[in-house]
Design a protein around this ligand. Structure first.
Ligand code: SF4
Ligand code: FES
Length: 206
C-alpha cells in the first residue's frame, strides 16, 4: 500500500492507499460524526451523517467519508455551512425515531437540530444496520435481519437461530445507537412468538 497525503480541515494528513477519508481523519485525531460505522464491519454508508466536502481535480463535491477513499492531494472539509445544514436535517429525521437517544441529543445540540421538526415514529430503530451487520459479518450467525421495506422496515430475529445462538452472545445490544433495549425486546418477542417472526427476516440490509 503506498503512502499518500491529503489535507483535512487545513491539516496535512498522512494515509495509505485504500484507507477511507473517515479512517484517515480518525488516525489524525479529526472528528467526523458517525452513526452506522463500526471498525470491525465493512463500510456501509447508510446514515450519511459522516458526509464531508472534498475538493479533487478542481471539483468540489459532497461525499460520504466512511466509504470514500482517501487519495493523494485531495482537500477535505469536515464542517461548512452546507455540511452542517445537511447534518441538521439528517438528525431531525432520526430524532423522529429516537428523540431521547443520548448520542442523537448530543449531536442535535451541536448542529442545532430540532427534535420536534418531523412527526414522531414509534420505532426507535434508525436502520443503521449495526446489529444486523455485526451478527452477519463478525459473529457469522445471521440471527437478525430486517423485515419489510421503507418506513415499515424493522429488525427481526430468526427464532430458530436466535434460540440457539443469542443467549450466549447479545453482543449486538450495546451497538445500537438509539436503545440498548431495542434488540433485547425484539429478541424476546421472536423467542416468545416464533411463528410470527419465523422465516420473515431478510438478512440483507438494503
Ligand atoms: S436496532 Fe439499533 S443497531 Fe439495529 S439497526 Fe436499528 S438502530 Fe441500528
Ligand atoms: S457513518 Fe458514514 S454513512 Fe453512516
Amino acid at each position: 500500500m503506498s503512502a499518500i497525503t491529503l489535507e483535512i480541515d487545513g491539516k496535512k494528513v498522512p494515509a495509505t492507499e485504500g484507507m477511507t477519508v473517515l479512517e484517515a481523519a480518525k488516525k489524525a485525531g479529526i472528528y467526523i460524526p458517525t452513526l452506522c460505522h463500526h471498525e470491525k464491519l465493512e463500510p456501509f454508508g447508510g446514515c450519511r451523517l459522516c458526509l464531508v466536502e472534498v475538493e479533487e481535480r478542481g471539483w468540489t463535491k459532497m461525499v460520504v467519508s466512511c466509504v470514500y477513499l482517501a487519495a493523494e492531494g485531495i482537500v477535505v472539509n469536515t464542517r461548512s455551512e452546507k455540511i452542517d445544514r445537511i447534518r441538521k436535517t439528517i438528525l431531525e429525521l432520526l430524532l423522529a425515531h429516537a428523540p431521547d437517544a443520548e448520542i442523537l441529543k448530543d449531536l442535535a445540540q451541536e448542529y442545532r437540530a430540532d427534535k420536534d421538526r418531523f412527526e414522531k415514529d414509534p420505532s426507535f430503530c434508525i436502520h443503521c444496520g449495526l446489529c444486523v451487520r455485526y451478527c452477519a459479518e463478525v459473529k457469522q450467525k445471521h440471527a437478525i435481519g430486517f423485515v419489510d421495506r421503507g418506513i415499515r422496515k424493522e429488525i427481526s430475529f430468526i427464532p430458530e437461530i436466535a434460540a440457539r445462538e443469542c443467549n450466549a452472545c447479545k453482543e449486538c445490544f450495546p451497538l445500537c445507537p438509539t436503545s440498548y433495549l431495542q434488540a433485547a425486546f425484539v429478541l424476546v418477542q421472536a423467542l416468545s412468538f416464533p411463528t410470527n417472526a419465523s422465516g420473515q427476516a431478510d438478512k440483507s440490509i438494503g
